[in-house]
Design a protein around this ligand. Sequence first.
Ligand code: AMP
Ligand code: ZN
Length: 468
Amino acid sequence: MKIYNTLTRKKEEFKPIEEGKVRMYVCGPTVYNYIHIGNARPMIIFDTFRRYLEYKGYEVTYVSNFTDVDDKIIKAAIEENTTAEEISTRFIKECKKDMADLNIKPATTNPLATNEIAGMIEMIETLIEKGYAYAAEDGTVYYRTRKFDGYGKLSHKNIDDLEAGHRDIKVTGELKEDPLDFVLWKPKKEGEPYWESPWCKGRPGWHIECSVMAKKYLGDTIDIHAGGEDLVFPHHENEIAQSEAANGVPFANYWMHNGFLNINNQKMSKSLGNFFTVREIGEKYDLQVLRFFMLNAHYRTPLNFSKELMDVAKNSLERIITAAENLKHLSGVTEKEDMTGEENELFEQTELFVKKFEAAMDDDANTADAVASVFEFVKFANSNASAESSKAYLEAMYQRLFTLCDVLGIIVERKQEILDADIEKLIEERQMARKEKNFARADEIRDTLLEMGIVLEDTREGVKWKRA
Ligand code: AMP
Ligand code: ZN
């Protein structure tokens, strides 16, 4: 299996540190709002990659953090007149719900930054002892960037060019030795959450949390570190500087980065305001469609989001689900039990699609080609299965389709789906029934909706509904 490694800028044969095991770390979201569909791209991509590793027999330890202390969280808390903890707890819960709806397997561990402060202080102390960090007068601790020889090796930046860039920015009031130095620990400001430390009451910088969590949950050297390409510099570059200086060994053997999800060729981001939340998209489409849409592109290429492409993805996914449904239906109605010799041969022919699927995934997780081989299978199944086929053959075909889709995180069993417009229609009908004092019908509609996970709430402004 080959992985494109950002560190070497080459596709490399994957060799885990320990045979049969993979230790993988994926940088998770900062939790101050609902996640947008750009944030969902790394989640979907690296979950699919993890599923494929498991399909190949690896035991994967998958760690992905939640950044639950950060300026943006504190700002959101001030705006809502609540605590940072309340904000982060709420949005971690919402994020986990979105991830479940996207069929993302729960991580082995989802550490929270605020639970790992002691480990961060310990690593910062080690860095100070080794001369890689220093505390300034005001209690801020900085990383001594120039001291780390390999700085720039991931982002392929030259340290002198970086320095030139930084010199243009005049930062007043900073007590850094060098403009390139970055923050490991900073003093608290009025009203902010803080922790005691040897340097001052304060909180950690962002980069240190990932170095500490990766070390604690996966070890000093890990197999794969992943995230969106905006994290290459400075976040991942700084993680390498911290971890390698503190631990004295290479940090991650393979670095994987996904390309951006764009809108009109511009990165989708909270700050630009050009985003859709996963929740919003979930009101219009089954979130499997979003997952499938993302898998139709290679993870390293930029991907433009549009309604048209989502509708294409919806129709394509429908073809797969219909084929699976058909195989299942036929196996329920056929009267023949055992596979014939001819069927056995047909089934063996489908081995080719499995091989193509694996070859695609082995080639730096080329999910687009993997999906294409699933379609080849579907076409074959549609023309080589009927009520005349045996149950054993139909079941084997179904199982094969199920397995390939499961690697992609696509569920082939049809879910009962109801669209916003249909919900509104039923609510209107319920209102009419109530007016006509047909309460039995009104209750019936309410129960039907509830079975589909739609909760109604009668308020003074009218009927409100939400998906449970
Ligand atoms: P953040 O909460 O901004 O730190 O982002 C969490 C993860 O989402 C990181 O791995 C980012 O690289 C990734 N990400 C953010 N925006 C996008 C986007 N538009 N396309 C792809 N990945 C993104
Ligand atoms: Zn990180």
